[in-house]
Write a protein that binds this ligand. Structure first.
Ligand SMILES: *Cc1c(COP(=O)(O)O)cnc(C)c1O
Length: 429
């Protein structure tokens, strides 16, 4: 790695003061054997690092930037709300507008509470599920990430998978005693567990389209079985749509696969790039939350005007006719192009894609769960990542993260990606 770059100098300062030099682990780029680029600014689908290098961005801030960076309408909304102030700790009109936009767009959500991160959304949804059912057991799936709350750090994907750690020190045994993690897409394992223990299960939480072990689509029957079995045992079904919500369709993965959860978690896109999370669902369940009910959950900056304004402006763009169709077309061009080039060069890889979420796994297996994802050749991924970066393509620096296509990518940008792949793949054989 070149030593005299601005990124490198910033990193050297950062690493003295911030653990790993980063405020979220995967950014450190350790699994791809390099130090992070510090980003100076971004516009549309381009990011510019501290040294002025330009890249086509397929990270999109890990999901929120579905419109691309500095979208005009979002910037205007933020500027406008700045004239009013940034936080009052009292209700504002924008929170009601946001709640209406979520509840009218996502069929299963009748009431919603705004929080400040996806982590908080998942943690709070679980608390209300436990409060509502009076049960403790929580079922999740291997490789699904639901933020870093104690109870959920079991076989979690994302950074935990990238760093290859099973759980985390600092999570007391007692805290995860009631968390069970089962294989994703394994209908039999789930049925068997529910037959034995279903009546103790407060909630089953799942990424309806998994994006934190790389992108792994659900077997549609898997989601149906989750719905049927939870219903049969009066357990709640929670869809963690922090990544998939408003990305795969305005109504999220639940609209795409036509499965209705009891509770849903959102984040990322609903904040338009500002810190945000939300959880919502059936009125009867959501009314358990304080002050309407006894389940406590609060937040000093929750529903703050800046995040609401950016989120609302983003959602308005998504409501425009043809938005998701255009995204699908570009993402399809990308995945088909990669497969075509891979075929020609004979590099074993497998592409998973749902809408604008996608992963290239360096394995000859069809990736249906975390075990399959882990068969990927991580050395090949590291080489691929670094060579693509040299060609000006900015990808998530981990095999176990999804990449994102945004509305700001033009067909020409997709084709630039494909020509980079065309040059890089033969070097990986
Ligand atoms: C990103 C993500 C989270 C965590 O959200 P943060 O805002 O990073 O706390 C939770 N669940 C899923 C599915 C995510 O993709």
């Amino acid at each position: 790695m070149k030593r005299d770059t601005k990124s490198q100098r910033l990193y050297e300062r950062a690493v003295q003061l911030i653990p790993g030099g980063v405020n979220s682990p995967v950014r450190a780029c350790r699994s791809v054997g390099r130090n992070p680029l510090f980003i100076d600014r971004a516009q549309g689908c381009r990011v510019f690092d501290a040294d002025g290098n330009e890249f086509i961005d397929f990270v999109g801030s890990w999901g929120p930037m579905v419109l691309g960076h500095r979208h005009e309408a979002v910037m205007a909304a933020i500027e406008k709300v700045l004239e009013r102030g940034v936080s009052f700790g009292a209700p504002v009109d924008l929170e009601v507008d946001m709640a209406e936009m979520i509840c009218s767009g996502v069929a299963s959500v009748e009431m919603v509470r705004m929080v400040n991160s996806g982590t908080e959304a998942a943690m709070s949804a679980i608390r209300v599920a436990r409060g509502y059912t009076g049960r403790d057991v929580l079922v999740k799936f291997d490789g699904c990430y639901h933020g870093h709350a104690d109870t959920l750090l079991v076989a979690a994907g994302s950074g935990v998978a990238t760093l290859n750690i099973a759980g985390s020190p600092g999570v007391p045994e007692g805290t995860i005693r009631n968390t069970v993690s089962l294989p994703y897409n394994d209908i039999e394992a789930f049925r068997q567990f529910m037959t034995e223990k279903g009546d103790t299960v407060a909630a089953v939480i799942v990424e309806p389209v998994a994006g934190n072990m790389g992108l792994v689509p659900p077997d549609p029957e898997f989601l149906n079985v989750l719905r049927k079995e939870t219903q049969a045992h009066q357990s709640l079904l929670i869809f963690d749509e922090v990544m998939s919500g408003f990305r795969l369709a305005y109504g999220g993965a639940q609209a795409l696969y036509n499965v209705t959860p009891d509770l849903s978690c959102f984040g990322k896109i609903v904040g338009g790039g500002l810190p945000v999370g939300a959880y919502g669902g059936k009125r009867e369940i959501m009314s358990q939350i304080a002050p309407e009910g006894p389940v406590y959950q609060a937040g000093t900056l929750s529903g703050n005007p800046l995040a609401m304004a950016a989120g609302i402006a983003t959602l308005k763009e998504l409501q425009k006719p043809g938005f998701y169709e255009a995204l699908e077309e570009k993402a399809g061009r990308l995945s088909e192009g990669i497969l075509r080039i891979a075929d020609r060069t004979g590099v074993p890889l497998s592409v998973n894609r749902v809408g604008s979420m996608m992963s290239v796994f360096f394995t000859d297996k069809v990736v249906r769960n975390f075990e399959d994802a882990k068969t990927s050749n991580l050395e090949v991924f590291e080489a691929y990542y670094n060579k693509m970066l040299e060609k000006g393509v900015y990808l998530p620096p981990s095999q176990f993260e999804a990449m994102f296509v945004s509305a700001a990518h033009e067909t020409a940008d997709i084709d630039l990606f494909l020509s980079a792949v065309e040059a890089v793949l033969p070097e990986l054989v």
